[in-house]
Design a protein around this ligand. Sequence first.
Ligand code: ARG
Length: 262
Amino acid sequence: MKKIISKVLSLALIASMAFAFAACSGSSDKKDEDSITIEKGKLIMATNAYFPPYEYYDGDKIVGIDVEIAQAVADKLGLELQIEDIEFDSIIAGIQAGKYDIGAAGMTVTDERKKSVNFTDVYANGIQAIIVKDGSEITDCDTLLDGDYIVGVQTGTTGDIYLTDDIGEDRVDRYSKGNDAVLALIQGKVDAVVIDNEPAKAFVAANDGLKILDTEYTNEDYAMAISKDNEELLKQVNQALKELKEDGTLDAIVEKYIPSEG
Ligand code: ARG
């Protein structure tokens, strides 16, 4: 008898748990049937906002090239842009997990990343630049790679990935923000920083005693990342980017943040 009662009880428990679970997954499932984004009417963008001039804080507002391009894309799609500032190396996983619609973070298109997310058409280019202190004995790429120098990078960036490949874990110091890597250089904790050229210029301009070597480590394409499960959003964002390129909006945004000389 005791056994039967406990069996009935446990069955009831399982049934109520299943019900709770169904109710819970029902309410948290915000994805609408007729919505191409996670939350209807919104375009949720993941970025890492310490990467001027692509994304950075102006007071408590995040601004920059990626922000304005994403805003222009959102306007075209009739969506409200919502920006989430997270760790750079969490962006792709978050997109895969369905937390963000797009990743716009001066993100380089790589074959490895293409296994995890789709990339939109390319909207900008970058170069991995080498920052050193004035008077450093590191004068070019080969000196940097061949010596026993320690290099600072932002975790999970192409600078991190390629350098770790070229010179090994032990000589690469990872920082969660590009600025922290630059601070480590100023404090003499690392001998050089490898980071994309535009943020490199901004960091060098903001700090005395630093310079960018006249040599490039790699040349890269930037694009936005979108979930592999959302082909429709990819299509629409690409169409929007195409129109923004054709009507000169993309160039105007880039020119605003990176004025061409002359
Ligand atoms: N272009 C490099 C990469 O894709 C660095 C991008 C870092 N972006 C950022 N918003 N912190 O790995």
